[in-house]
Design a protein around this ligand. Structure first.
Ligand SMILES: Nc1ncnc2c1ncn2[C@@H]1O[C@H](COP(=O)(O)OP(=O)(O)OP(=O)(O)O)[C@@H](O)[C@H]1O
Length: 150
């Protein structure tokens, strides 16, 4: 018995298909509007997620301290990258939590637990690495400065 198989989509129809799949409640009309939505996500996380606020404060402090201690540009960049990664993963964590809550609502589900725990684990690993990197780069000059004042 022959089986009906639909033909693969024509290459020249791809833009139409992509456009169809991108239909959502609202799509950003230009780059400025995209930035506005991205900023809305950042402010939402800042206002609702205590951990995000802590990471913003600690990251800003580490970068300010690295500039104050006259670290090399590459060292300031490394501290900036690791701090930024923590913030980016914290935003993804918030997005995953929201999606999970949207899907399972107030019910317990093992897969919801795995998704949330793994997302939180990703933030934790990045935060530990950021602390390790900042500590390695900042502590020696900081201790030298403290010792020189005694
Ligand atoms: N629907 C669910 N089903 C199963 N376990 C859940 C569910 N919702 C939350 N949990 C468990 O509770 C934990 C905390 O979930 P919650 O949504 O409160 O995240 P949170 O405390 O805001 O996390 P974070 O501190 O990373 O922002 C999750 O890591 C997960 O182990």
């Amino acid at each position: 018995m022959s089986q009906q198989v639909s033909p693969p989509p024509q290459t020249n129809h791809l833009p139409t298909l992509v456009k169809k799949e991108r239909e959502s409640w609202k799509v950003a009309s230009n780059l400025l509007v995209s930035f506005k939505y991205a900023w809305a996500g950042i402010t939402y996380s800042f206002q609702t997620q205590r951990n995000f606020r802590i990471h913003v404060c600690v990251g800003s402090l580490a970068i300010a301290l690295s500039v104050f201690l006259h670290l090399q540009a590459i060292e300031v960049a490394v501290i900036g990258i690791t701090s930024g990664l923590v913030l980016a993963l914290e935003l993804l964590n918030t997005a995953i939590e929201s999606l999970v809550d949207l899907t399972v609502k107030q019910t317990y589900h093992d897969l919801a637990k795995i998704a949330k725990d793994c997302a939180a684990g990703a933030v934790l690993i990045s935060a530990l690495v950021a602390v390790l990197v900042a500590g390695t780069l900042l502590l020696p000059p900081l201790l030298a400065l403290i010792m020189s004042n005694f």
